[in-house]
Design a protein around this ligand. Sequence first.
Ligand code: MG
Length: 191
Amino acid sequence: MPRRPTFALDCDGLLADFNKSTFQIIEDLTGIRYTPADFSEWNYFRDSRINPHASAIWDRIKEEGRCLNYSVLPGVREGLSRLREVANLFVCTSVVKSRNYVPERIVWLERMGFDFKTEIVFTYNKRLICADVLVDDEPKNVDFFKAVHPDKVAVLWRTPGDTRDYFPVTEGVEKADDWDTLVALARRLTC
Ligand SMILES: [Mg+2]
């Protein structure tokens, strides 16, 4: 029986459309509609146009029901289904510290078919996890994971709709923006 690789999957930017919701909040607060292409930094909260509103934005992100109602990114349902056929999956997500965010995320992930007890990990420190592959859209997460686990695979994910080039990452980090690539990677790692 071949050994299936284990994938740790980020949630925001890979499964859940955090940006769609957050850019709507920003528009409501500032009257300006932004897209990822308007920012040169991955973390647009650091941008001088956004930073003055950061506290108000985070307050709205923490509102009850916000996390529960994130849209599923395009291609995720089919992609997850295909990847599950060739790999073991769990979600590794850093969440907002608030009364409702974690419980709502659990419900959201359960709706996507993830088991609460065995397939959901909450941490900002993703280098702690044990997996054959980490897929994440945040450059520092994949960089740290690769640095700590050089024999494992780190994949920088580019979210659908983000027209920017991949952000710079350390040598050896792989890149993907479609589920076909992840399925092919799983097959490559099956041993
Ligand atoms: Mg993310």
